[in-house]
Design a protein around this ligand. Structure first.
Ligand code: SAM
Length: 278
């Protein structure tokens, strides 16, 4: 494929950044810290960086000088990532950022050869099985730790419950698994497959839950998430569009009033290459 593809909106990424930061499994960062070189500059390649939120979360949690190479196919998002770099490292050391327009499904191990760490966030569901196999092979070729955060696992819970929730959730998951010109997207199957593929190449994989727990203080994000969720479901199953008219209004009114609680389950994976087990 080319570097063109479905565009992710900057507004959506900015809106979700604080919830993402709160959800990521920070104990994996403690494990990770024990598997990075004790000294020297860390070179971190963030794949599918969007606006650079991963670096803004992780760089201040890791000590030592860091150089982040942030990859995305969307040049507008790369400009935002470069304009809003991460703060200093945990010990005050400097952090630099370099943007790279890349199609991450075409990267080779040589492109990431200087990496001491590879990261992704909210990316795996957008890949096909072949894309994921390629990514695992590249990471195994580089031989550094890999932190893959915030992959959806296909479980959402809305409170109060509504009889239409389950149908919309099923249609949304089917939309995530839709067939594109590149093949079928993995959607919520990505986590299980990634664990299997990384273990197949001899890596140790730690898995942690990283749910979004949205309540009254996240009313804007809950409403935006709900709109996208039900929209994708209706795109997948057109008959849902008329059936969900009242449901949409009800749910959006609840979200706006801070009366909708939403849990969106994700998983974070820390991959430690062969020979670097916990
Ligand atoms: C859901 S966003 C997540 C962005 C960011 N990692 C975050 O957590 O805020 C997915 C990002 O991956 C990028 N992306 C998706 N497929 C890609 C590909 N094949 N090559 C490069 N970037 C890709 C999109 O442009 C988008 O910025």
């Amino acid at each position: 494929m080319t570097v063109e593809g479905i565009r992710v909106s900057r507004r959506w990424l900015v809106l979700r950044e604080p919830a993402d930061a709160a959800a990521r499994a920070s104990d994996l960062v403690e494990h990770l810290g024990r598997h990075l070189p004790a000294t020297g500059r860390r070179v971190i390649h963030d794949l599918g960086c969007g606006t650079g939120a991963m670096g803004r979360w992780l760089a201040p949690l890791l000590p030592g000088p860091q150089h982040w190479v942030v990859h995305d196919r969307d040049t507008d998002l790369l400009l935002v990532a470069a304009a809003d770099p991460p703060g200093p490292a945990a010990d005050g050391a400097g952090v630099t950022v370099e943007g790279k327009r890349s199609d991450i499904t075409r990267l080779r191990a040589a492109d990431l050869a200087d990496a001491t760490l590879i990261t992704t966030s909210a990316l795996l569901d957008l890949l096909t099985a072949d894309d994921l196999a390629g990514l695992v092979a590249v990471c195994a070729g580089v031989g550094c730790p890999v932190l893959l955060t915030l992959s959806v696992v296909g479980r959402v819970a809305l409170t109060p419950v509504d009889p239409l929730d389950r149908r919309v959730a099923a249609a949304f998951d089917a939309h995530q698994r839709r067939t594109t010109e590149r093949g079928r997207l993995l959607g919520p199957d990505a986590v299980a497959l990634a664990v299997e593929e990384f273990r197949r190449v001899g890596a140790e994989v730690l898995v942690r839950p990283s749910p979004w727990q949205l309540g009254a203080v996240h009313a804007d994000l809950a409403a935006e998430w709900f709109t996208g969720w039900v929209g994708a479901a209706c795109e997948q199953q057109s008959e849902l569009a008329t059936e969900t008219d009242g449901y949409r209004h009800r749910r959006l009114a609840q979200a706006t009033a801070g009366q909708l609680a939403v849990t969106v389950d994700h998983a974070d994976l820390l991959v430690l290459p062969r020979g670097q087990s916990v």
